[in-house]
Design a protein around this ligand. Structure first.
Ligand code: ATP
Ligand code: MG
Length: 224
């Protein structure tokens, strides 16, 4: 079911932010806040450039559409409850249920077991086999919920294809996993190989493509 775009006034938005707990901010202001009941997350989107595709297809709407597409493909993601637009301040607000659990980043920090990486590799293979290109694929955007399932968050930037991703798309989609220096600290070469082997066992790919993904990690992880 498509959500109706609600309207929110600048003062209502300001109040909502003031009463919430800040989870994520950037130089300009808050990006993600948690409602006082601890059950709802509000994500704020502002258009970065005046003239951008976000003018016609706002990121909050993309997020909500992607949540629906992921759900229909059988992947766990957040349940979007509401989208609102504050016209005079140029913000969109997206509200969704909080997932109880931990990010893969925190879990790996606590115990960097090979199993975590094997499971992540299998999960990425399922995404790619079903044609999902998740641009923000990294350890912070995959949560493990209380039922031990992997759940995707931060899903505004995604593409869906009718067929499995090509070898070059797959290789490209592994890059964000290795982008952050703190993530590279957490991933050992051995665990990267475990992740990629598990991925390769599920994804019907040529050996040379798997070797290229392993090599990407080898290169990025040794460079630090
Ligand atoms: N549904 C959710 N359940 C639990 N925690 C969440 C949820 N959504 C967001 N969070 C927490 O808030 C943090 C930031 O959220 P999110 O990843 O959406 O934003 P971001 O990384 O700042 O966004 P962007 O990548 O667009 O800059 C997450 O890393 C996570 O800790
Ligand atoms: Mg994120």
């Amino acid at each position: 079911m498509r959500l109706r775009m609600k309207k929110i006034t600048p003062s209502a938005l300001k109040n909502l932010i003031a009463e919430s707990r800040l989870l994520e901010a950037d130089g300009i202001g808050p990006k993600v806040v948690e409602a006082p009941n601890g059950k709802i997350i509000h994500k704020l989107f502002r258009r970065k450039r005046w003239l951008s595709s976000a003018l016609f297809y706002p990121y909050a709407v993309r997020f909500a559409n992607n949540a629906r597409r992921l759900d229909s493909l059988g992947f766990n993601t957040v349940e979007v409850l509401e989208i609102a637009h504050c016209r005079s301040c140029g913000y969109h607000l997206l509200s969704y249920e909080k997932v109880s659990g931990c990010s893969m980043r925190d879990l790996v920090k606590e115990s960097p077991t090979k199993e975590q990486f094997i499971e992540l590799g299998q999960f990425i293979a399922q995404l790619h086999q079903r044609g999902v290109y998740f641009r923000s694929l990294h350890l912070g955007n995959v949560l493990r919920n209380e039922n031990n399932q992997l759940v995707l968050i931060d899903i505004a930037d995604m593409q869906f294809f009718r067929r499995p991703l090509s070898a070059s798309q797959r290789l490209r989609n592994f890059r964000p996993l290795l982008n952050r220096p703190d993530d590279r600290q957490l991933i050992s070469t051995e665990n990267w190989h475990a992740l990629v082997s598990a991925y390769g066992n599920l994804a019907a790919l040529e050996t040379s493509s798997i070797t290229a993904i392993k090599a990407l990690g080898d290169e990025r992880l040794t460079r630090g």
